[in-house]
Ligand binder design. Sequence first.
Ligand SMILES: C[S@@+](CC[C@H](N)C(=O)[O-])C[C@H]1O[C@@H](n2cnc3c(N)ncnc32)[C@H](O)[C@@H]1O
Length: 321
Amino acid sequence: MSCRRCSRGSRASESEPLGREATAHLPVLVEEVSFLLRPRRGGWMVDATVGMGGHAEALLERSAAARLFGIDGDPASLARARARLSRFGSRVVLCHGNFRHLVALSGSAGVTEAETVLLDLGVSSYQLEASGRGFSFQTDEPLDMRIDPSEEPTAAELLKRLSEAELARILFEYGEEPHARRIARAIVSRRARAPLNTTQELVAVVKAAVPRRAWPRQSHVATRTFQALRIAVNDELRALAEALPQAARLLAPGGRLGVISFHSGEDRVVKRTFNALATGPYALLLPTPVKPSRDEVQANPRARSARLRILERVEAIDVAA
Ligand SMILES: C[S@@+](CC[C@H](N)C(=O)[O-])C[C@H]1O[C@@H](n2cnc3c(N)ncnc32)[C@H](O)[C@@H]1O
């Protein structure tokens, strides 16, 4: 159940005890994904963000003839997916790696063509609540935020070395934070006294930097700062831009690529890339993104901002037939 690359060693971190558990990660838009992306025949489904294995499990249940190749950058999440999907036996192959190397990772498992490719972006409930890596402003943990703990830098390192202007740009571009300049200035002034090492230290800086009357009503005042830092630490938008053309290249004729995004920065990259690809042997399956139903948002508030876009590789029409 692993790719050639993983059997060479990156499974070591996966064999650690599973540790703290989060509330179950509810896969977003799972009915829509299963219905629109389930292969009509056998072949490979590639889940490039297999995470806790929720979408993978639903796809495997609904397409008995297909196999699944799952990738995740986080070895601890991959261990959870491995346990959840073990009942599917040899139909599942899992691999630790960054989806920016999608074609190489798939090739290492012998997957050169896929009926389905899925990317469900961002981080899972497990990573937010129980990974201990400081993704959430609600816990007090080291400011790490790395999806793959073998990569550099950590969030604390970025906060230490970026200039005030770079910090402001990141907060504004990746978090759409209206108080980006104030927060960047406050970070620089705080770190001159002592480094920022924990999530609650950062929360305190943001709270002090933004005037109380300007705190958002619907969300925590540090939400945008945490989102922006996580995107910067993991170079998320560039990885996405590199992965999408590779994902399209992997598609078999008639195959579909689905991407679930959670904020406008991600959705912009998906929309632009899909529109550019749709002039070639690809077409947008739907003119607008699929959004979660009111019932789903009520049951899973994390789904609120989810948008699913789907690109299809057009099947060649045999004019002679
Ligand atoms: C929202 S979760 C996916 C949840 C999954 N669909 C499920 O149903 O359980 C996103 C996952 O993508 C992984 N991830 C994010 N960026 C990645 C990247 N560049 N390469 C590989 N995995 C990545 C995260 O570690 C996380 O497990």
